[in-house]
Design a binder for this molecule. Structure first.
Ligand code: ZN
Length: 234
């Protein structure tokens, strides 16, 4: 048997263990991202509602100003009507009054609608804020659980990495580099046993001569079909 084979198989198992732990870390990160998205959606809803309310408040201020001006104008028209002596002038003044009265009525009705809408918007904002509080409160315990699990996992990952690095030191450098290169590329096992006379992964036939060398324990070969490392199982 190749002198490094047992150690390399051990390393492969330990790398699998590290990868499994890391995938659990990633799963926790995804959970945190989901919580973040939920909270930021609630925050965005509040921001949007506030912006809408601010826009409507600006419109209301502008409209209130217009109403004020039009009321003053109306008062002047009424004063003019009081002071005119001739019928023709009175008719003209009354026409003015009628026009500005219609405008005022329209504007005051708009102002009232806007006031109701603004009150509704503020109520909606309050509800959104309550919702955000609920989300934050619920997430506090979820985030604490995730943080606890994450800390435990981080420690396990660190220990598993140290162990695999110690194992790696016991393997000849060229073989280790080959193994790590393949593992980095494939993101899965790099070392496979021969299955009969073929690669245990992709089933490419291995020439007899190379198999003999492998069986004699003198070499760990690279499969020409899929590029993984092959060894002869005893
Ligand atoms: Zn293969």
């Amino acid at each position: 048997m190749h002198p490094d084979l047992v150690t390399l198989l051990t390393l492969q198992d330990e790398d699998t263990a590290v990868a499994t732990l890391e995938s659990r870390v990633h799963a926790l990160d995804r959970q945190t991202e989901t919580l973040d998205r939920e909270r930021s959606a609630a925050e965005s809803a509040i921001t949007r509602a506030r912006e809408t309310a601010e826009g409507e408040e600006k419109r209301r201020r502008e409209l209130a100003l217009k109403v004020q001006e039009h009321r003053a104008l109306q008062d002047r028209h009424l004063a003019v009507l009081d002071s005119v002596r001739k019928d023709r002038e009175a008719v003209a003044a009354m026409a003015q009054i009628e026009i500005s009265r219609r405008v005022l009525t329209q504007e005051e009705s708009e102002l009232q609608t806007l006031t109701v809408r603004i009150a509704d918007l503020h109520q909606a904002i309050e509800l959104e804020m309550l919702l955000l509080d609920e989300i934050t409160e619920r997430q506090t315990s979820e985030r604490a659980e995730i943080a606890k699990a994450r800390a435990e996992l981080d420690a396990q990952v660190a220990a598993a990495r140290t162990q695999r690095d110690d194992t790696a030191k016991r393997i000849g450098r060229p073989l280790l580099q080959k193994y790590e290169h393949i593992r980095g590329r494939e993101k899965t096992n790099a070392l496979y046993a021969l299955r009969g006379s073929a690669c245990g992964r992709c089933n490419t036939a291995i020439p007899l001569q190379r198999r003999n060398v492998m069986a004699a324990g003198r070499s760990i070969e690279v499969c020409e079909g899929c590029g993984v490392l092959l060894y002869a199982a005893v």
